[in-house]
Design a protein around this ligand. Structure first.
Ligand code: BTN
Length: 257
């Protein structure tokens, strides 16, 4: 059972997580916050569900997570012009927050896989799904959904990338309250950095991305492209070098060849 008091004591933010909803069960925390009729209209609201019955991942995949063992939560961001002009970078702020929080609390190196997976010893421990809705041409609601495999002991089934959990990699049971507070504390800091110094944010992110310089393949819209992972630019796009030409990749699944 998630202890709200223990979480609250460690939360050190101005607005992220100051409105907090805890649910035993929900279809998906992202779907809940994306729904304008959910009654949630406060910037920074966080929804945590112990169990999701329709947890969703990128590219219409399903996000499986053992109930009460992990962290499955979403953060609502509202009407922030400067931030929304850089919506692509919210992915990087979120994945960096998870990686840095794991490193700070468990002294284990966390690596990042473009665009937003967090890896421990080459396996995925966290994924992020960002969704948004607009009114006219204006972005109105942005929902940042984060799944972290925390205390799950094993993973059954077929995965597009091998999964792991913090417990599997460290051998220790993790206090989820402390980890969630740390992630939200860092997320608020990195969100601000999008506005003040996006180069510094991307430099921190790239420090943890071990694929830069490697031969990779990118699957984008059912097309597979091969090349060298040259860099990630300050807007978060992957720069793929194919025969001396740089291609800007906006979305996709990356694997090392
Ligand atoms: C991915 O790696 O494909 C992204 C996974 C995102 C999962 C989280 S769990 C909380 C939030 N609610 C959802 O339905 N999905 C995200």
């Amino acid at each position: 059972m998630f202890n709200l008091e223990n979480f609250d004591i460690k939360l050190n933010t101005d607005f992220i997580g100051r409105a907090f909803i805890y649910a035993e069960e929900m279809e998906s925390t992202n779907s809940f916050l994306m729904d304008k009729n959910s009654g949630q209209h406060k910037n920074g609201t966080v929804v945590l569900a112990e169990k999701q019955t329709k947890g969703r991942g990128r590219k219409d995949r399903t996000w499986y997570s053992a109930p009460e063992s992990n962290l499955t939560f979403s953060i609502l961001l509202l009407k922030d012009k400067v931030l929304f002009q850089n919506i692509n970078l919210i992915n990087f702020a979120a994945s960096l927050s998870v990686a840095v929080s794991i490193e700070n609390l468990f002294q284990i190196r966390a690596n990042l896989k473009w665009p937003n997976d967090v890896l421990l010893n080459g396996k995925k421990t966290s994924g992020i799904l960002i969704e948004s809705s607009s009114q006219g041409s204006k972005l109105e609601r942005v929902v940042v959904g984060i799944g972290v495999n925390v205390n799950q002991n094993s993973f059954q089934g077929q995965f597009n990338f091998p999964p792991t959990s913090i417990k599997i990699e460290t051998g220790k049971t993790v206090e989820r309250e402390k980890l969630l507070a740390e992630i939200l504390n860092n997320f608020e800091i990195y969100l601000e950095r999008i506005k003040t110094d996006k180069k510094a944010l991307m430099d921190d992110w790239k420090l943890r991305c071990k694929m830069i310089g490697e031969k990779i393949s990118v699957i984008e819209d059912d097309k597979e492209i091969f090349g060298i992972f040259d860099d990630v630019d300050d807007d978060g796009f992957l720069l793929l070098k194919v025969k001396d030409k740089i291609n800007k990749i906006h979305f996709g699944d990356v694997s090392v060849r």
